[in-house]
Design a protein around this ligand. Structure first.
Ligand SMILES: [Zn+2]
Length: 591
């Protein structure tokens, strides 16, 4: 389908951002003229100076965000239109100029005396920046002298090179060759086709693809190990230079997350591993395999049970499923569906997948490629969860505190998925659908909770070794990874020798200590959703206050508003219990 053939009611209203491309051009020229921050350098020693700088920065920031939003949404509508590719690149370039011109501010503020910073915290003109200033004060002990900071900053481009090298290997130079698709056709094996094959039903093809794909990485094992070691050494260098006890401490303090959250996650997941082993054993039984291999782990376990319904009905179903969140939330959902927030249909040239996006002062937007699958209905619930989080936060917080962190972002989307799942389970008698839904949930937990925690544990061990002066090699990284794989997946699966090399193909490992946030996100979401279903109104009230809190405090503090305290071990219990219960149900249904 071409975009021009889509009915207007299925398209998002980009005109709510700019009425036309001409209007965008006008705003671009104004924004370009508003970027002049060098004049503020050296003026942040007084509250007046800081206030003037923040005001100018906010003004330019708002303009740039709108420019970029419009250009990237237009580009995503149809990537073939080069005009929008160019507009997106121009908006991006302006943004880079904005960031580099205002980059002086944080070091300049950090270098001020503590007393001066504390006086800023008391200044009414700067009250929107209280969390920013508190964080600055907290991290001040890790700021070095001006000369040292300058030297460290001059290495900025080098620190990112390890990620760059891996990306070049992984996306440009590494070729996996062609593979026979089993029907006599030759297929190029890429990251994309590998994923499709592993999720498919042709087992012999899965095995061939697995072996051929890993052969690519194994052929470069020493290069990739050296690249990863460089990345870890970079983390060790930066954390030691700034006086942190460990790389983990530096990463978590940067996110305003206590270290016990990380260790609580690891120990809670370890305690739940017997349940994971039972799930892997059930997979083996349901797939009817005498031997289950690592290339079987994504194979479909139960037949897809498709609800198959037009978009309008899916929206109605989502709103019903989310009705425990109350009338106000559902009215906002319906407003979003009917007032041009969502771009629904798959059309030629449109960006694939789904996302929610938005800027301050405007309603959020959602991109979908709706195909009438059950999965797509969950996607509506997921993306609208992000959108309403944005909506509530923007409506409550000032610009400076409206943006929420990744740590809390996936909570709002996953709460909606869990609520919809519970609703569908309560409203179906069909065994096929029930099996599909329980398995959907279990797979979500396996891939988002356990797999990401296993990655988090791997990163932790790798950094710990490097901090103790032990070099990282392909051999010792494989030994660690294989050990974890055995621990996490248990005896019902063959730990093929290739899987020891899985660490060498994970791009996220070049953004250290990032993936654990997926795990804490799903843990928090499950416990919030189940509390809402159990307690009703009081839990909904707390949850909506959490959505309203945006980025006004540290993420662990904000989650406490919704009743989840990740600094305590019992916060993880609800999620692990839900995991065990879903498994018990699937075992019963398939007995
Ligand atoms: Zn999401």
């Amino acid at each position: 389908m071409e975009r021009q053939d889509v009915e207007a009611k299925y398209k998002w209203h980009t005109e709510d951002i700019f009425s036309s491309d001409e209007a965008w051009e006008g705003a671009y020229s104004e924004a370009e003229a508003s970027i002049d921050f060098k004049r503020f350098e050296g003026t942040l020693g007084t509250a007046e100076g800081v206030h003037a700088f923040f005001t100018a920065q906010e003004d330019a920031g708002k303009r740039l965000e709108k420019l970029y939003l419009y250009a990237h949404m237009k580009h995503d509508e149809d990537a073939r239109i080069s005009k929008y590719t160019a507009m997106q690149a121009r908006a991006m370039a302006l943004y880079v100029r904005f960031s580099s011109e205002s980059a002086f501010a944080e070091p300049e503020l950090s270098a001020l005396d503590e007393d001066v910073l504390r006086s800023y915290l008391q200044d009414v003109r700067l009250q929107d920046y209280d969390y920013f200033l508190r964080t600055l004060l907290k991290n001040k002990k890790h700021i070095l002298s001006a000369a040292e900071e300058k030297l460290l900053a001059s290495g900025g481009e080098i620190y990112g090179q390890f990620q760059n090298i891996f990306s070049m290997i992984d996306n440009a130079d590494l070729k996996f060759g062609e593979i026979d698709d089993g029907k006599g056709n030759k297929l190029e094996l890429t990251h994309g086709t590998y994923g499709v094959i592993l999720h498919g039903t042709d087992r012999a093809l899965r095995k061939r693809a697995f072996e051929q794909y890993y052969a690519g990485y194994i052929g470069l094992k020493n290069t990739i190990a050296a690249t990863y070691y460089g990345n870890v050494r970079k983390d060790v260098f930066l954390s030691q230079a700034r006086g942190y006890d460990s790389c983990l401490q530096r990463a978590l303090e940067g996110e305003d997350v206590a270290e016990c959250v990380y260790s609580n996650l690891l120990s809670a997941v370890h305690e739940s591993l017997p349940t994971m082993h039972r799930y892997i054993a059930l997979r083996k039984k349901l797939l009817g395999l005498p031997e289950q291999h690592m290339y079987d782990i994504y194979a479909p376990l139960v037949a897809d049970a498709e609800l198959k319904m037009p978009y309008e009905e899916a929206c109605k179903l989502v709103a019903e499923g989310l009705s425990p969140l109350g009338d106000e939330y559902c009215a906002l959902l319906r407003k979003g569906f009917s007032e041009g927030w969502v771009d629904v249909c798959e059309t030629t040239g449109k960006r694939s997948g789904a996302y929610s996006t938005g800027v301050f002062g405007l309603h959020p937007f959602v991109l979908l490629n709706y195909q009438q699958t059950t999965h797509d209905i969950f996607t509506i619930a997921h993306e609208m969860g992000h959108s309403l989080h944005t909506y509530y936060s923007n409506a409550t917080q000032p610009y400076a505190k409206a943006d929420y962190r990744i740590f809390v972002a996936e909570v709002a989307s996953t709460v909606n998925e869990v609520l919809l799942l519970r609703y569908l389970l309560a409203h179906t008698e069909q065994t096929g659908m029930k099996k599909y839904l329980y398995n959907y949930f279990l797979d979500m937990i396996r891939t988002t909770l356990h797999r990401q925690t296993m990655f988090a544990e791997f990163e932790y061990i790798a950094h710990d070794k490097a901090e103790k002066g032990e070099p990282l090699t392909s051999e010792n990284l494989c030994e660690v990874y294989l050990g974890l794989n055995k621990q996490y997946y248990g005896d019902a699966i063959v730990h093929d020798e290739q899987i020891a090399y899985e660490w060498s193909r994970i791009p996220h490992f070049y953004t250290s200590f990032y993936v654990y946030k997926y795990s804490t996100g799903i843990v928090s979401a499950i416990s919030i959703a189940d509390r809402i279903l159990r307690e009703g109104e009081s839990a909904v009230k707390d949850y909506k206050n959490f959505l309203r809190s945006g980025g006004s405090d540290g993420p662990v503090e904000l989650l406490k508003i919704a009743g989840v305290d990740l600094t305590k071990k019992d916060a993880f219990e609800a999620a692990m219990h839900a995991f065990e219960e879903a498994l018990r149900q699937l075992e019963k249904l398939t007995a």
